[in-house]
Design a protein around this ligand. Structure first.
Ligand SMILES: [Cu+2]
Length: 676
């Protein structure tokens, strides 16, 4: 047996392109380009054998338990996973996977743990190649994505667009069927995707938002960066303001969706009620790669308890406990002590208890309203499991926003958060002022104009094939929202005799509701969409700040296609380069830049544009880091650089709007967004 293992290791080493170990002095890690190559091929055609010969042979010959000195936990995680594998306890391959399924999540996290405890890339990638052939593909993709996002070994690796890795979760079944046909007949094909539903369904008018592949990628990525299962003691570091980020990312989805509805002559989303009828049904038109169709939900059904998940009564009890905590101004921790939430930090604690995560001070008492609600709502098509259907769209971050009920569920949670925010004392003029600094004017260079464009992505990874049959090009074309480029021009006077640091915060809210009635300041500010947040130094005197729409800290550019990632990586490797020029795409955390501004209309949809320049020194949570730190969208590894609550200075109730209008460091004017 020993001899066998040894041979296997020698074979693996021989097949390996000069990889070294971090803990082996004098030898270095492989280049970023090599790592990118490996990740590309680990994810390419993930339901089949690895197409890279070296990785493939490592997948066969590697023994994960042979040398545990390459793991930071002495192989504890890998022993656990291998035992489950040998005992035949792991979920089969070619079966659906959902992160909300407790056992399936446990399995995916066992593999994630192996990656996270790998000391060097060789150990990481060898395990990936080995387990790719042995664990469920959905679990594998999740574990690998989460590990690449969090591991220091993969800092510069760009994850391929998820909609091209697992296209089934992003593409309508009709188009997927055509893709299979194209493959079977070896005929290249480009197929147009249409949004689900028909014109008889008014929700269809905003389906371009919930079904956008980029928006779905944003949502998945956020949940990968801030996983609800994250435990500091296990993972080794803390995710700063995770609970508050949970509130903020979903609050922004909620207000952005409402803004899109306005431009399509729809009322804002109504919050979900456990005791009222769910009027809107939903037909997902989406199929699992393995395991059948995503279940539908008919119109006008009443909530039913979901077998083995939760009773509606229990959800109402959880909600009441959370609302009680808000009314009391404190959360009761596990040991009975009180955690004060009547302050800026309270939103973070509330996010932790509502989602919930292991950061919750008392998960036994507050449960996990959000996660349970997702499952309960997702299962309303077959609450008693009579028809043996796979999980619903709401049980996947990739597919959740396709169902308009997702936004009703999140409006419900958003209103709970608002109840808390509204309970805090409004900011005073003194707190909001920035002494000596005044905004002289704000203008926009370029049109505020949205439009629809065609976008094509590959479905090659959707279909089954074998290395013996050559690939034909199969893709789909979807219509998607975009906008023309523009810049904000902000003139600021610094009357101090020295340089000052400022945080520039740009937000906008719809000027009127769907009946044409102006939103009062306090209503509007809660609906504000964050457009940008950045640091600037102001020299004494007049300063002209120009900020391009493409620079926004809350958005990300489109990740290059999977094919282009592969081509760029191979070109870099064959040119002997250690890097691939793709570093702009390392994080897919933000909203797609295409969605920076909501869709306008032909007459011009009015928005209140707000710019606040606040005291950067008082705002900074970290020393000097701010000079070259971008806000990095909705999160940040390490301490988040802005110590103000998300949404500041509009995050709290405003009883008297004159306070804002009297501030010289605050500017507001009405703009129009067009769509042609
Ligand atoms: Cu979410």
């Amino acid at each position: 047996m020993k001899v066998l293992v040894l041979c296997a290791l020698v074979a693996a080493a021989a097949a390996w392109p000069n990889y070294g170990f971090l803990n082996d002095p004098g030898r270095s890690e492989p280049s970023d380009a090599q790592k990118q190559h490996d990740v590309n091929y680990l994810l390419y055609k993930v339901y089949e054998n690895i197409r890279d010969e070296k990785l493939k042979s490592i997948g066969v010959t590697f023994d994960p338990e042979a040398d545990t000195s390459h793991y930071t936990d002495n192989g504890e995680a890998v022993h656990k996973l291998v035992k489950e594998l040998k005992d035949n306890r792991l979920l089969q391959q070619k079966h659906w996977f959902s992160l909300f399924n407790t056992r399936q999540r446990e399995e995916a996290l066992l593999l994630y743990d192996v990656f996270e405890h790998s000391k060097d890339w060789k150990t990481f990638v060898s395990n990936a190649a080995y387990f790719r052939n042995r664990v469920n593909e959905g679990e594998f993709v999740y574990a690998l994505y989460a590990a690449v996002v969090h591991s220091p070994l993969t800092k510069h690796v760009v994850l391929p667009p998820l909609y091209e890795v697992t296209p089934h979760l992003f593409t309508n079944s009709e188009v997927i069927q055509k893709a299979y046909h194209a493959k079977m007949t070896q005929t290249p094909g480009k197929f147009r995707s249409y949004f689900t539903g028909s014109k008889r369904n008014k929700e269809q008018r905003v389906a371009y938002f919930g079904e956008d592949v980029g928006l779905n990628t944003h949502h998945v990525t956020w949940h990968l960066e801030f996983p609800f299962w994250w435990e500091d003691k296990h993972e080794g570091y803390h995710l700063d303001r995770k609970g508050e980020n949970f509130f903020w990312v979903h609050h922004q989805l909620t207000v952005r969706f409402d803004a899109e509805r306005l431009s399509n002559y729809l009322d804002p989303v109504d919050e979900l009620h456990w005791e009222e009828t769910i009027e809107e049904g939903f037909a997902p038109h989406t199929t699992y790669k393995y395991g059948g169709e995503f279940p539908s939900r008919p119109d006008n059904i009443d909530f039913e308890d979901v077998e083995g998940v939760a009773c509606i009564r229990d959800l109402i009890i959880l909600e009441n406990r959370v609302r009680d905590a808000i009314a009391h101004g404190y959360v009761t921790a596990r040991d009975g002590s009180k955690v004060d939430i009547n302050n800026s930090h309270g939103i973070d604690v509330l996010g932790d208890i509502i989602e919930s995560s292991p950061y919750s001070p008392n998960v036994e008492y507050y449960g996990s309203l959000h996660n349970t609600a997702h499952i309960v709502l997702g299962r309303q098509g077959d609450p008693h499991g009579k028809y043996d259907l796979p999980p619903g769209v709401l049980e996947h971050f990739e597919t959740s926003t396709r169902d308009p009920a997702f936004f009703r569920l999140h409006k419900y949670m958003d209103n709970i958060f608002r109840e808390h925010k509204d309970s805090l004392t409004p900011y005073t003029k003194e707190e909001l002022e920035f002494s000596g600094v005044a905004i002289d004017g704000v203008s926009i260079d370029g049109p505020l104009e949205t439009f629809f464009e065609d976008f094509e992505y590959s479905l090659v990874n959707a279909v089954d094939d074998t290395p013996q049959v050559p690939d034909v090009d199969i893709s789909t074309i979807v219509s998607r929202l975009n906008h023309k480029e523009f810049s904000f021009k902000i003139d600021v006077t610094n009357n101090n005799d020295h340089e000052v640091l400022t945080t520039v915060r740009i937000l906008a809210w719809p000027h009127r509701d769907n009946n044409g009635i102006k939103y009062p300041f306090n209503e509007g500010r809660w609906r504000a969409i964050e457009l940008d947040r950045f640091w600037r130094k102001l020299s004494p005197g007049v300063n002209h700040i120009v900020r391009k729409s493409t620079e926004s800290a809350v958005t990300v550019p489109d990740v290059p296609s999977f094919q282009s990632l592969i081509e760029q990586t191979e070109a870099a490797l064959s040119a002997g380069s250690s890097e691939v020029d793709i570093q702009d795409y390392v994080s897919a955390l933000g909203v797609p830049n295409r969605f920076l501004i909501p869709k306008g209309n032909s007459e011009g949809l009015e928005f209140e544009l707000v710019v606040a320049v606040t005291d950067g020194k008082a705002d900074a949570a970290v020393e000097s880091l701010h000079e070259n730190t971008v806000f990095n969208h909705y999160g940040y590894h390490g301490v988040y650089p802005d110590n103000r609550p998300h949404g500041y200075p509009l995050d709290r109730r405003v009883d008297d709007a004159r306070i804002f209008h009297d501030l010289s460091n605050f500017h507001q004017h009405t703009v129009k967004i067009y769509n042609h």
